[in-house]
Ligand binder design. Sequence first.
Ligand code: MV4
Length: 446
Amino acid sequence: MFKKILIANRGEIAVRIIRACREMEIETVAVYSEADRDALHVQLADQAVCIGPAAASESYLNMERLISATAATGAEAIHPGFGFLSENSKFVRMCQKCNIAFIGPSAEVIERMGNKSQARTTMMEAGVPVVPGTKEPVYKWEEGLKLAETIGYPVIVKASSGGGGKGMRVVTASEEFQKNFLSAQIESEKAFGDNTMYIEKYIERPRHIEVQILADQHGNVIQLGERDCSIQRRHQKMIEESPSSAINEEQRKKLGETAVRAAKAAEYENAGTIEFLLDKNGDFYFMEMNTRIQVEHPVTEMVTGLDLIKEQIAIAAGEPLSISQEEVTIQGHAIECRINAENPQKNFMPCPGRIEELYLPGGNGVRIDTALYGGYRIPANYDSMIAKVIVHARDRESAIRKMRSALGEVIVEGIDTNVDFQYEILSHPDYIEGNVTTFFIEENFA
Ligand code: MV4
C-alpha cells in the first residue's frame, strides 16, 4: 500500500480523500493556491504545499507544479478528485513518466471515453444499447443533413469532445439543420479545438440515470447500482439519489449488467460511471462514461456501505476489490443535495464571501461532506459548491422527509445559498411522486 498520497484538489473532495487516507494510515499532502491558504484541506492534511496563485490555471491545473510537489514530498501517488486534472490524459502520462501512481484509469482509457463519438462506437460494438444515430464521426453539415433525414427529427448534434452541454444543438426540422450543426461545430472548435461531431435521435424529456462501476487490475468489474441525477439545472446536477424510482427490478438488473459490459468494453480500471438516458418507454441508452470519482458518489456509499475512495486507492495500489458482485447489496434509499454559494433569486449568481455563522445538521442517517467552517472566507476563484447534504433512510419517502428536516436546520450566514431552493424542490408534489425529467427545474421553477 502507498505510504503517502498527494491530493491534487481542494474543497470538500480534498477533505473526503484526506479522511479516507487517514483511516488507511496513509500520509497526505495537500496542495493549495494563494487563495486557499486558510482552506480546511490544508489544515487537515499532514503536509501542505503552496503551488501557485489563485487562478486554477496557475495552481490546481498546473501539472509541472503538482509533479514537483509530489516529488519534493516523496508522495507515491496522486488522487485527482473530480474536475481539475481528473480526466486529463496528458497529466496521467506525466505521472507515469515520473513513476507516480495516478489514482484513476489509464491515459488510454481516458482518451477512448473522452472522445464521445469513439465511446459510442465502442459501446455499439460491445452490444451496449446506444441512442439510434451515426456510427462514424461527422465533419460536414451536408453529410450530417443526409444522416439526420434517415435518423428522423428531432435529432441532437453533439461534439465528440463535448460533455456538459457544450457543442450540443437540438434540431427539429431539415430547414434548421445547417445553422444548428454549424453553430455546434464552431462552439466545439472554439472550446475544444475539435470539429468532430456525431448525431443522435433526440430523446424528449428523458431521465438521467448512471451506474457506479469499480474495476480492479485483476479483471474484476462490479457495479454498485444506479443513481438518478435527473434534477439538474443547465447541466449542473442539484439532487442525486439511489436507487432510482423510475425503474423496476428487471430494468435495474439489465442496467447493471449493461454497465458492467460497457466498463469491460472500455477495458476500464478504477472507479467510473456509465451514464444512460432513460426514455418514457423505460428503454435506456448509453450516453457517456465518466472516468473519475463523481460529486454524487456518497449516495452509492450510503446504500452499499462501501467506501469508494478507499476502493480507488486500493485498486491503484494493485489490490483486488474488497467485495464481489454477489456480496453487493443495496439497502434503503439515499439522497444528496448540493449546497452552492449562489442566489437562486438572482439567476443563481455565485455568492462568495465570509461565513459569519455556521450550523450544519447531523443525526441518524445524515452525512455532511464539506470544507466549510465558521469564519471561513469562500474565494471567488472556484466552483460554488460548498457542501453536500446526504441522507440515508429505509425508503424514498423517509429519505425525502429526512432531507427536508436536515435542510431546515442548516444555518449559513454571510452568503446566499440554494438551501431554501433545495427545500422547495423536496416539497414539490412531482418530485415527491418521482415524476421528474431532466427539465424538472426549467419547467417548474423558471
Ligand atoms: C441527449 C438528450 C436527449 N437525447 N441525447 C446533455 C448533456 C450531455 N452529456 C448529453 N445531454 C443530453 N443528451 C439525446 N440523444 C438530452 C440531454 C440532456 C440532458 C441529459 C442529462 C441530464 C440533463 C440534460 C439536460 C438537457 C439535455
